[in-house]
Design a protein around this ligand. Structure first.
Ligand SMILES: [Zn+2]
Length: 320
């Protein structure tokens, strides 16, 4: 396996050069390719609006955007978050931007982001926090990219995430984008065009979308999610999107015991609507609930009594 990976290294570098990257080099120039944007959002993009966006003078910039060494690119659930959409193809899946069917799926991702963002902002407000997401690439063309990988990236584990991080570091000038939009957090959403038959990742396990919070050994400190538009026998819903986005900010899965989450607590949640325990299927609204515990883990609320009652682990924000 290792040998195979090494053999692919050279190929991969070549593949990265060949990536159909829409927008950017590392020069920081916000050069927007109108043609490529119209490929992603065929029939939806307003080139005029995009032009205005691109030409607009940036507002007075605050200090240079710095990745937070303790919390990565998605910090706490407040302020302004850039959600950068990357429509990715890999060895097994591809986007056909000319296809009507794929365009529908692409519009669904945007709809899901809209519903998820509104929901999360509303939840944060309950805790006295202002939260804004910038994600709509129909209005801001530099929020969307396409990428191609020559390996099988559609899998339930994060074993190939290093390739994505390498891609992000090479091809997206996230610091310049963060400054342009005065963002406090940046989260990278990779969308893979899986179909409804994509129920396994080839290893007889259920395919699930995932979000990878930052890891200290990852020098880029970037946080990314892999959204498989169809996974686990169903299309991803806005609640699923919100669930994954919350992970990037520190929220923990509550449907199984893991580091810091006890089996006793998981058992106590039977039939719970906590969004980190279960997600609803509706395409237009989220009925899953954002709990005090979730708010604690994403850094916007104090440790709730329930955490001590069930012996739950600390929030990554406890040390702040
Ligand atoms: Zn999860």
């Amino acid at each position: 396996m290792n040998r195979k990976n090494k053999a692919k290294r050279g190929k991969r570098a070549h593949a990265l050069l060949a990536v159909t990257l829409l927008l950017w080099t590392l020069t920081g120039c916000a050069v927007v390719s109108t043609a490529s944007v119209s490929t992603v959002g065929a029939g939806e993009t307003d080139p005029q609006a995009g032009q205005t966006q691109s030409d607009a003078e940036p507002k007075a910039l605050r200090q240079t955007f710095q990745l937070d060494p303790d919390h990565g690119s998605a910090v706490r659930l407040e302020g302004t978050t850039l959600l950068l959409s990357i429509f990715a193809s890999d060895r097994d899946t591809a986007w056909d931007f000319e296809s009507e069917q794929d365009q529908k799926v692409i519009q669904t991702t945007l709809n899901n982001l809209e519903v998820a963002s509104a929901y999360l902002s509303e939840q944060a407000q309950q805790y006295g926090k202002e939260l804004t997401f910038l994600y709509d690439w129909r209005e801001a063309e530099d929020l969307v990219f396409t990428a191609e990988f020559d390996e099988s990236m559609v899998r339930s584990d994060t074993g190939k995430a290093n390739l994505q991080i390498e891609w992000l570091c090479n091809y997206i000038n996230f610091s310049a984008l963060a400054e342009k939009y005065q963002a406090d957090s940046v989260l990278f959403l990779f969308f893979f065009n899986t179909d409804t038959s994509s129920i396994t990742d080839g290893a007889n396990s259920e395919l699930r979308s995932w979000c990878m919070p930052h890891r200290h050994e990852n020098e880029c400190l970037l946080e990314l999610c892999n959204i498989y538009v169809n996974s686990y026998l169903r299309a991803m819903s806005p609640a699923d999107y919100a669930h994954e986005i919350l992970h990037a900010f520190g929220a923990k899965d509550l449907y199984f015991a893991d580091e810091g989450i006890t089996q006793e607590y998981v058992n106590s949640l039977h039939f719970s609507k906590d969004i980190m325990y279960s997600t609803n299927r509706n395409s237009d609204r989220i009925t899953s609930e954002f709990s005090d515990l979730d708010a604690y883990y994403v850094g916007i609320a104090p440790r709730p009594a329930v955490a001590d009652k069930w012996g739950l682990g600390p929030s990554e924000f406890d040390a702040d």
